[in-house]
Design a protein around this ligand. Structure first.
Ligand SMILES: O=C(O)C1=C[C@@H](OP(=O)(O)O)[C@@H](O)[C@H](O)C1
Ligand SMILES: C=C(OP(=O)(O)O)C(=O)O
Length: 443
């Protein structure tokens, strides 16, 4: 998809004149917050989601669940915002409700199966870019489960309307999840609330972002749901209650990525407190990735992750970097050797076609980025000043900010798009950059 022709504001990416040295408190995980919110709406009692993410995607989830009858109240908690959730009463007649999915994959994929369990006529739509994101496997799975669903836009995409009858029988669903792990997660999340449970079979060659499916399974098990994932490409969720909970959300380790990248891009040090010692978040992979790229990485007893960049950034070969890929690609463009990112063909169906967008933007600045069938080959070249377009994609905007640390004169279009998962990004980034010294920056 070409970048927007609408004139969007430009943000002068901060270009520190020396190494940064900062501690950054990263807001809560989108993937965890939106999973726990959805599960709270189906739980067997009131729940508390502590230190919840407050961002566009999380707000859209809250509004979607409220539209389906959940009562959600926001209170100030010990470490941030806590959300108190009273579950949905499936027998209550909702009438007709409309749900705005924005550009949130977790809302557009996870909420329709929940709506099928509620009692009402529920329509779904989202941003213009959202209408391009694949939805076919969720739509077909719901139809296979007997849900009346009318596609009112392009086939297999938003918008559509379904009629929930307050119950789903369950059964066996086959679906091709090559384009997103969220199709499988969406069904796993509601499986326990169907009458006979759900058997989910993945028919595609591979399931992308497998860490996110493991996160879904772990979250369900934590709340007492029985999930059999013993056979590759098959899951069975037993019917049963979802236990009410009171749990705190971890910081978003994927969103920690751009800040950690700043240590490498400037040869400085970044500390991220509250780094979980055990986690299902894909972002924990930063520790290994950044060490392989030449950084000193240490997770202290105090749960602070400290990353210090070296004199150079090493190129890397990385498979299945999932939502980490845009951040990684920006860092690879600043490296001294070639990088190959593989196993990320499905990024073409993310907020934008990320493979095309990254290649276009880095090459426009003088880079040498080649799109392959399933990823990117990035050969470092000296980059020049210019505009980095965001394509309504928060991770494109943060990739532009990373390039701006090393290259003077980068203007990032629509930095506000980072509100999808981190509304405070520009402020935190400016504070981080201000810790740079006065020596001339590399690049
Ligand atoms: O389930 C989730 O929370 C997510 C799954 C992944 O989606 P894909 O499988 O489409 O990559 C990831 O990229 C997205 O940011 C969040
Ligand atoms: C792919 C992403 O988001 P979504 O949850 O909208 O799929 C992402 O945040 O990188």
């Amino acid at each position: 998809m070409p970048h927007s022709t609408t004139v969007l504001p430009l943000w002068d990416a901060p270009h520190p004149t020396g190494p940064v040295d900062a501690t950054v408190v990263v807001p809560a995980s989108k993937s965890l917050t939106n999973r726990y919110l959805l599960l709270a709406a189906m739980a067997d009692g009131p729940c508390r989601v502590r230190n919840a993410l407050v961002s566009r995607d999380a707000d859209l989830m809250v509004e979607a669940l409220r539209a389906l009858g959940a009562r959600i109240e926001s209170v100030i908690g010990e470490h941030g915002v806590d959300l108190l959730v009273e579950p949905i009463d499936q027998s209550r007649d909702l009438g007709e409700v409309a749900i705005d999915c924005g550009l949130a994959g977790t809302v557009m994929r996870f909420v329709p199966p929940l709506a099928a369990l509620a009692n009402g006529i529920v329509s779904f739509d989202g941003d213009l870019h959202a209408r391009l994101r694949p939805m076919r496997p969720v739509i077909d799975a719901l139809k296979d489960l007997g849900v009346a669903l009318h596609e009112s836009g392009e086939p297999g995409q938003l918008p559509f309307t379904l009629t929930g009858t307050g119950a789903l029988a369950g059964g066996r669903i086959e679906l091709d999840s090559t384009e997103s792990s969220q199709f499988i997660s969406a069904l796993l999340l509601i499986g326990a609330r169907t009458l006979s449970g759900l058997e989910i079979i993945s028919t595609g060659d591979k399931v992308p972002s497998p860490d996110h499916i493991r996160m879904t399974v772990a979250t369900l098990r934590e709340l007492g749901v029985r999930v059999d994932d013993g056979t590759e490409g098959r899951w069975f969720v037993s019917p049963g209650p979802i236990r009410a909970f009171d749990l705190a959300m971890e910081p978003d380790l994927s969103n920690a990525g751009p800040f950690l990248a700043a240590a490498l891009a400037t040869g400085g040090t970044i500390r991220i407190p509250h780094w979980p010692r055990e986690t299902t978040q894909v972002g924990d992979a930063w520790r290994g990735i950044l060490a392989r790229m030449g950084a000193d990485v240490e997770l202290g007893e105090d749960s602070v992750l400290r990353v210090t960049g070296g004199a150079q950034i090493r190129g890397i070969e990385q498979d299945e970097s999932s939502e980490l890929a845009p951040t990684l690609a920006a860092l690879c463009a600043l490296a001294t050797g070639e990088s190959r990112l593989t196993g990320i063909a499905h990024l073409r169906g993310h907020e934008t076609d990320r493979l095309a967008a990254l290649a276009a933007e880095l090459n426009a600045l003088g880079g040498d980025v080649e799109e392959t069938a399933d990823g990117l080959i990035i050969r470092p070249r000296p980059l020049k000043a210019g505009t980095f377009h965001s394509y309504a994609d928060h991770r494109m905007a943060t990739a532009g900010a990373i390039v701006g640390l090393a290259v003077p004169g980068i203007a990032v279009e629509d930095i506000a798009t980072t509100a999808k998962t981190m509304p405070e990004f520009a402020r935190l980034w400016e504070e981080l950059a201000a810790t740079g010294g006065t020596k001339k920056a590399r690049g």
